[in-house]
Design a protein around this ligand. Structure first.
Ligand code: TRP
Length: 335
């Protein structure tokens, strides 16, 4: 199993522009991992179809925006292999072969299957593809014989299924795949503008590459301490949404000063919002400028995906050769 211990893989559904919740929750972590491991990062455009098959019209733009924002955020195609799932057909072949050995009840009992069907009830998710979502994810992972998969806690049951399938496969055909381990990293909670978790579905996000004007406008709508009604009322930073953002973006001295001046009513919420907006704008400036450069020269994205696809297919090709041998499919003589 050559150097599998060093391989990290993660997939991202194409959800369009990255927001601060995505950034602090996942993207920043992926960027850090690329210095320590051989990383494979891909956009799971086939997975997008499991729920959006009836209207896939947004998938391409969302894929472009996601990759452009990851690159802007520091994902480096010289260090990590960045590619598109649909560009490596071996994902589909392995998914098919794994489907032969996967007992239906294993898929039916994955909690996200029923949860998501209930949550997205405006879509008909009683499909073969949707049931197979975590199996396709398993193929994504083990195709690269990945050791670690950096994901959120919400993916734990998918990883557990992947491990069970690996054990079953290796049991039938010999030790082809290592068991992938999830890599849960502690990440800060990022509230949205309204204080709920930042999420596209709540419409409470701030884009990672938002313009200065957008950031000012969005920050001005942020919820603050609801008990602070008048400017002269002392505020409580502990329950103020703005203050959570200071903790993510501001230096220690500023955090301490805002904490004190809020509690003593020396700084007002409007003033604090201007201060915070300026800090966020400055902090995100390099990322925003890189994204602008990519928009002027989109071939940066195409070149990244083309190169990444090549490298991914190499690794995937090696794995599939062992899989076909192990499963006695085809003839080595025909290769
Ligand atoms: N299911 C993952 C998510 O919703 C996306 C994904 C697809 C993935 N394939 C993967 C994650 C392989 C890790 C590894 O976020």
């Amino acid at each position: 199993m050559n150097s599998s211990s060093q391989i990290v893989l993660s997939g991202l559904r194409p959800t369009g522009r990255v927001h601060l919740g995505n950034y602090f929750g996942a993207v920043r972590n992926w960027v850090e991992l690329q210095d320590r491991y051989r990383c494979y990062y891909f956009v799971a455009d086939w997975h997008a179809l499991t729920s959006d098959y009836a209207d896939p019209s947004k998938v391409r733009q969302a894929t472009f925006d996601a990759v452009a924002d990851y690159l802007a955020a520091g994902m480096d195609p010289e260090k990590a292999t960045v590619f598109l799932q649909s560009d490596v057909k071996e994902h589909a072949e392995l998914h098919l072969l794994l489907s032969m050995v996967t007992p239906l009840p294993w898929l039916e009992r994955v909690p996200t299957f029923k949860d998501q069907q209930a949550q997205l009830e405006d879509k008909d998710l009683n499909t073969y593809g949707f049931l197979g979502y975590p199996l396709l994810q398993t193929a994504d992972i083990i195709l690269y014989r990945a050791a670690y998969v950096p994901v959120g806690e919400d993916q734990a049951s998918h990883l557990e299924l992947s491990r069970e399938i690996v054990r079953r496969f290796n049991n039938f055909y010999g030790p082809v795949f290592p068991e992938p381990q999830p890599l849960f990293t502690a990440t800060p909670k990022v509230p949205g503008l309204d204080g709920r978790k930042m999420s596209k579905s709540y419409g409470n996000t701030i884009g990672l590459t938002a313009s200065a004007d957008e950031i000012r406008a969005l920050v001005s709508t942020m919820f603050t301490d609801p008990n602070r009604v008048r400017r002269s009322d002392p505020g409580n930073p502990d329950i103020c949404n703005l203050f959570q953002f200071h903790k993510l973006f501001s230096d220690d001295a500023t955090i301490a000063r805002v904490d004190h001046e809020c509690r003593t009513a020396q700084i007002g919420c409007v003033q604090d919002k201007r201060l915070l907006a300026d800090i966020i704008i400055e902090k995100l400036r390099p990322i925003r400028e890189r994204r602008e450069e990519i928009d002027r020269n989109p071939s940066i994205v195409w070149d990244t995906l083309r190169e990444g696809g090549k490298r991914a297919r190499e690794r995937a090709g090696e794995t599939m050769a062992s899989v076909r041998d192990a499963m006695k499919i085809g003839f080595p003589e025909l290769r």
